[in-house]
Design a binder for this molecule. Structure first.
Ligand code: ADP
Length: 434
């Protein structure tokens, strides 16, 4: 599903940016081509103005002058005097050129009406420039001029082929097409990797959700199976057995209820709705109370359990006491669970100054089974339990994820290290807000 979304997003991203790029390129090309054509036409008009004036001022029009004009400017010039082509214009030209000249004159007479110009009028000069496309498909700028002088009536046709301008425009279009193609390719590549990066956390989150639901269902199934089998066995059981089954049902029910409240707590953390109530808390007293609560459990397992507190009582600090004691309980419970009989656990609390800020440091040190380096990160993942600790009942793999969510909400840090000589040391740091 994510692959499909990824491709769709890539196409959408690349398509939109490519469309914008294309529209911008077309607008640019339109503006630049119109500018180019306009300036070329203006300079042709200007050149024709000079040409016609020169022509008019010269008494004798030489072949050399006309040939030079043609060669220097790539013009086609055709001149008729009183309707008779000049000798210059009777030179042999290809049929194509002659046809084009005829077409231009036809086009001129069908498209332009000459006002206030009587060919018999003395000293009349008229010229008009226009773009023209021959039947061969070639584009020209054309100028038709009429000059009357001493009853002489001269008509001039000048054709200026636009091959060079068209080639320039074509080259510009090819360059833009190539640049656009390269840009679209790069944009597609960028969109592909960008959307992949964008979707990665969502995909990771979805996978985690699936794993979470699968693990939660698995953990809930075990106590539920025990409850259901106890319920069916209770019907045929003796009164004494009934008592046993009922206490099994009650303890499995409590297990389920604990698991459900752990999951609710984590889902609150995911929804950023983790309730934190900051109030003045005496953290040393809090640690002492938790120690007293877990001391019998340690004693029962024959584990030596000790705490060390600062000599002078710590001033109260702003913290969520209930949440902090939940973290301490998780760490004590784990330490006792994963330390074999005969081992030792110690906890300490101190007020330190780190980078000019006061920090509360809580450490829980055990010399139990320890945590291999490759598992040190994983133990904070939901439902993660190392193979070595699976035998310990009553643990779901949610304790440390809950502890780390609480510590995060209190703006502190939690990390695990090896205890020198074996075992694990959990270190919690919290900002001290008096
Ligand atoms: P659990 O409820 O299984 O203890 P936790 O999230 O609290 O879940 O711990 C995750 C895993 O981390 C445990 O299954 C265990 O493998 C490991 N672990 C936690 N605390 C300790 C400890 N003090 N010593 C050794 N392993 C520990």
């Amino acid at each position: 599903m994510f692959r499909k979304v990824h491709y769709h997003l890539t196409i959408l991203c690349a398509g939109t940016t490519a469309a914008i790029l294309l529209v911008m390129s077309l607008v640019y090309l339109y503006v630049s081509e119109s500018g180019l054509t306009q300036s070329q036409f203006l300079s042709f008009q200007h050149a024709m103005d000079n040409f016609v004036n020169n022509f008019k001022q010269q008494n004798v029009i030489t072949h050399e002058w006309l040939s030079r004009m043609e060669a220097n400017n790539s013009y086609f010039i055709r001149i008729t005097d009183n309707g008779v082509p000049l000798l210059f214009s009777q030179r042999k030209h290809g049929q194509d050129r002659l046809n084009t000249e005829e077409e231009a004159l036809d086009y001129f007479s069908s498209s332009f009406s000459i006002e206030n110009t009587d060919p018999s009028e003395e000293d009349m000069v008229y010229h008009s420039e226009f773009p023209f496309t021959a039947s061969t498909g070639e584009d020209y700028y054309a100028c038709v001029a009429r000059i009357s002088r001493e009853k002489q009536y001269t008509e001039i046709l000048v054709l200026y082929p636009l091959q060079e301008l068209n080639a320039k425009i074509k080259n510009q279009r090819i360059h833009f097409a190539l640049i656009d193609l390269a840009a679209v390719f790069l944009l597609s590549l960028f969109s592909f990797f960008f959307t992949k990066k964008l979707l990665a956390p969502i995909e990771r989150n979805r996978k985690e959700q699936i794993q979470f639901v699968a693990a939660a269902s698995h953990e809930l199934r075990t106590p539920l199976a025990v409850i259901l089998s106890s319920v069916s066995a209770i019907k045929k059981a003796s009164p004494e057995e009934k008592e046993n089954f009922l206490s099994t049902i009650a303890s499995e029910g409590q297990r389920m209820s604990r698991l459900i409240s752990d999951m609710l707590l984590l889902s609150q953390a995911d929804a950023h709705a983790f309730p934190v109530r900051l109030q003045p808390v005496e953290c040393d007293t809090l640690l002492l109370n938790s120690f007293e609560a877990f001391e019998p459990m340690a004693k029962e397992k024959n584990i030596s359990f000790a705490i060390s507190l600062p000599r002078t009582a710590l001033p109260p600090c702003l913290c969520d006491g209930e949440r902090l004691s939940q973290v301490i309980s998780i760490l004590f419970h784990n330490a006792i669970s994963y330390t074999p009989s005969g081992g030792s656990i110690s906890a300490s609390l101190s007020l330190d100054t780190i980078k000019k800020s006061e920090v509360l440091t809580l450490s829980v040190i055990d010399n139990g089974i320890g945590i291999p380096d490759e598992e040190k990160d994983k133990i904070f993942q939901r439902f993660y339990r190392s193979d070595r600790s699976r035998s310990v009942k009553d643990h779901f793999g949610l304790g440390l994820p809950i502890a780390s969510e609480i510590i995060r909400s209190l703006e502190g840090t939690i990390r695990v290290m090896d205890t020198p000589g074996g075992g694990s040391t959990f270190l919690v740091r919290l900002p001290f807000r008096p």
